[in-house]
Every structure is written in C-alpha cells, then in structure tokens.
Design a protein around this ligand. Structure first.
Ligand SMILES: [Zn+2]
Length: 272
C-alpha cells in the first residue's frame, strides 16, 4: 500500500511534468473507485491549467484554476507520466489527463480503493482533510506538540503515533521502525513518555520518513515511461517483519505482538 513517502515521491515525480500546463483532454474509463468520480469531471477539467501541486497526508492535491483535483492512491493506485507516443490503456488504467504538450498523466489502480475527486472550494475544508493532524515533516510536529497530545492518555504509544488526528502518515512500518530508533516499547502508555522521549520519537519519525522519501526519490526517473513499479520505497528494516531474527543492535531476538490488529515488532532489550 502506498504510504506517505511513496505519495511524496509520486508528487515530486509528476509535478515538474504537469505544472503550468493546460489540460486538453481527459479520459475516464472507470469512474467507480472507492468513491465515484464526479459525472462531469471531464468537462470540469478540460481547459484548466495546473497552478500548484502539493500533498496533504496521503492525498495529492493538484490545484487548477477553478478548484483542486484530489487523488488518493488507496491500496494499489499509481500515477505515471508518459511523453510522446501514448501506450495503449490497460484494464486498470482508469483515468488519463492529457496536457497541451502531449504529456499524459495516467492513474492505474487494480483494486480500485483509490479516489479521484474534484473540490471546488478550499481543499482543507473538505470532510476528508479537515480533521487531520499535523504533517510529520512540518515544523508543527515537535516534542512539545506530541507531549501535549499524549497528556492524560494511556493508550499504547504506537497507536497514538498512528492516529491521523494527531499526526498523519505514520503507517505501521514507520511506527515500528521509529519506536525502535527511539528505544521505546510500542505498548508504552502514552502518558508515561517524558519530553525527552517525545524528542527522540519525533526525531526518529522525521528521520525515517525522510530517508524513505530520499530512497524513493532516487528512482524518480522511473515515473517516466517506467513499468510503474520501481518508484516505491524499499528499506532495510531493523524490526519490521523480523520476528525471531536477531536485533542488529544487541543480538537479542526480535519479538512480535499485535497492537490495534497490526503486527508489532520490537526488541525487548533495546526498547524500554
Ligand atoms: Zn536490541
């Protein structure tokens, strides 16, 4: 499933190709994704110019003259850019936007859990965006912010950092890896963390997401005429998926439990 780093990598991959370009043609082959695309999406988009591209949580926001095209990759969605001769559309290529210079932006999604929506107003007022917490890589995500959010809560810290109302985009893999880097057990009650613990955790989350984006960024060229698979981030995990293997720090065995129905991996010796 595309996580925040893959969405950021996608944004950086497509933005330079479509920025300041006019949409000349739109093709919708299958409007039924997680939510149905608007019936008049083709008419709405034609003739509009891309003014800005950005990301909020895992939503790609393509700002046009009259509103925002919001794209979510769901479980299996991807966006690709093609120049020159346009390849024939496959069965899972649900949406194409073609620009004045011939550039093609194509949305591919075998499982169709993604979304392509049109927002006529301010993106941040939309129901899907208005209750989201802070961006993990922004200056708003600080140790004191996190400490404040954890105050009085005894839920496991792992569940708190995966809660989108507190901070967005910390998926299961990143939560496991960040807690290992911060030397905190995943089931530590949220209100037992000190400011120093929060400092370690916030910097671990930022570091791990940043590294994932940089790794993805090194394959940006693959967004052009690629097989669409290689832009995704791959990392050498320290704990995630390593139950029964030895900890790379201390040699103890990595243990696995389930928290909030998600696989949770940790080293009981390194994490307290
Ligand atoms: Zn260890």
């Amino acid at each position: 499933m595309p996580e925040l780093p893959e969405v950021e990598t996608t944004l950086r991959g497509i933005a330079p190709h479509i920025l300041n370009q006019k949409i000349t043609q739109v093709i919708v082959r299958q409007p039924k994704l997680r939510w149905k695309m608007p019936d008049d999406l083709v008419q709405i988009l034609q003739g509009q110019v891309v003014r800005h591209c950005r990301r909020r949580a895992k939503y790609l926001l393509i700002e046009l003259d009259a509103g925002v095209l919001m794209i979510h990759l769901g479980m299996s969605g991807s966006l690709r850019i093609f120049h020159g001769r346009q390849p024939e559309a496959g069965k899972h290529d649900h949406f194409d936007a073609i620009f004045a210079d011939g550039t093609l932006l194509r949305y591919h999604d075998p499982r169709r859990f993604g979304a392509i929506l049109w927002l006529a107003g301010v993106a941040e007022h939309h129901d899907l965006l208005k209750n989201l917490g802070v961006e993990p890589l922004s200056d708003e995500f600080t140790a004191s912010y996190l400490l404040n959010q954890l105050r009085g809560k005894n839920r496991a810290i792992k569940l708190m950092i995966m809660d989108n109302a507190i901070v967005v985009g910390v998926g299961n893999i990143y939560a496991n890896e960040s807690l290992f880097q911060a030397a905190l057990l995943p089931n530590r009650p949220a209100n037992s963390l000190s400011l120093n613990d929060c400092e370690n955790l916030v910097s671990a989350i930022k570091h791990i997401l940043q590294r994932a984006i940089e790794t993805g960024g090194s394959t940006l060229r693959d967004f052009v005429n690629s097989d669409g698979k290689s832009g995704y981030f791959q990392q050498e995990y320290k704990v995630y998926g390593r139950a029964g293997e030895t900890c790379k720090m201390c040699g103890s065995l990595i243990e696995k439990t389930v928290l909030g129905q998600r696989g949770t991996f940790y080293c009981a010796n390194c994490q307290k």
